[in-house]
Design a protein around this ligand. Structure first.
Ligand code: HEM
Length: 131
């Protein structure tokens, strides 16, 4: 009888290339969506650097190599976002971009379901305004 396979991490499912694609798709979606205009305006015009940073961050967060902390040291995401005013609307704009980006890279429904709560929790942790 086959042994049940070990549960896979999002990194195991997407791989480095998939996570890179996801981070790029995420900011492309943010660029395109008028609903995300408020959070888009907080970012630099050119998204090359932030695409790379999000990819490096997600690599470690998704169970792969901690590329972001290897490069920048351990970074507190909450303090990194302190300069920006992030309330429930901004959080939800961010999460909507992530949902669309996951669909755009053809992430499976099970992966999308696996990420739903942890993505919400990390976005909620970055929120620094009540309204
Ligand atoms: C909840 C809504 C969020 C908003 C509005 C937001 C906005 C921003 C902004 C404006 C920057 C600076 C970008 C720049 O310099 O161009 C940034 C940096 C960053 N964000 Fe977010 N962010 C959010 C949530 C998240 C989440 C949930 C993650 C991780 C899963 C994340 C990961 C990062 C990373 C890794 C950086 C780079 C930090 C650094 O340079 O040290 N962000 N974010």
């Amino acid at each position: 009888m086959n042994k049940p396979s070990a549960p896979q991490s999002p990194y195991g499912i997407l791989g480095e290339a998939g996570i890179k694609e996801l981070a790029a798709a995420f900011y492309d979606v943010m660029n395109e969506r008028t609903e995300a205009a408020t959070i888009r305006a907080m970012h630099e015009k050119n998204t090359d650097v932030i695409k790379q940073k999000l990819y490096e961050y997600l690599s470690g967060w998704m169970g792969g190599p901690p590329l972001f902390s290897d490069k920048y040291g351990s970074v507190c995401l909450t303090s990194a976002h302190k300069p920006y005013s992030i309330g429930p609307d901004e959080r939800d704009q961010w999460l909507a971009c992530m949902d669309i980006a996951l669909e755009r890279i053809d992430a499976s429904e099970s992966l999308q379901a696996m990420l739903k709560t942890p993505m919400y929790n990390i976005a909620e942790a970055v929120r620094n305004q009540d309204i």
